[in-house]
Design a binder for this molecule. Structure first.
Ligand SMILES: [Fe+2]
Length: 134
């Protein structure tokens, strides 16, 4: 069983519009976590993971627009990290295609790290830069 992610100030990157997106992503992650715990159908899990991936893709374009607008020096590296993250999430979606194949705790933990590590490292640096530039 994987614990829910709880929004905490430590996750704040200091830019409200980015924090707002991250809260939403955490919310969907928790819905997915509960779906696994409750033994929801493969179809439901796939739909929830799809929602998480779509929301993440949208959020990344939001950050990419801000990086361009404020000429973020680490833009390329950050964008490459986004692309990697999307690739691994899509891989997870492929693994989930088989009917009734529930997401294992291991996969949920992978998603949890995926979400928090990026927020705490790359997004933290971006937020610090944007707080000064915006
Ligand atoms: Fe990011």
């Amino acid at each position: 069983m994987v614990k829910d992610l709880v929004w905490d100030n430590i996750l704040s990157v200091g830019v409200d519009e980015i924090d707002e997106d991250h809260r939403k992503l955490i919310h969907i992650f928790n819905i997915l976590n509960h779906a696994v715990m409750d033994g929801e159908s493969g179809e439901y899990l796939a739909a929830t993971l799809e929602e998480l991936v779509n929301c993440t893709v949208w959020h990344f374009s939001h950050e990419e627009r801000l990086m361009l607008k404020y000429r973020y020096p680490e833009h390329q590296a950050h964008q490459a990290e986004h692309q990697d993250l999307i690739q691994s999430a899509k891989q997870l979606q492929q693994d989930l295609v088989a009917p009734d194949k529930a997401l294992a705790d291991q996969q949920i933990q992978f998603l949890e790290r995926w979400l928090t590590e990026h927020i705490l490292t790359a997004d933290g640096r971006l937020g610090a830069y944007l707080s000064r530039a915006m």
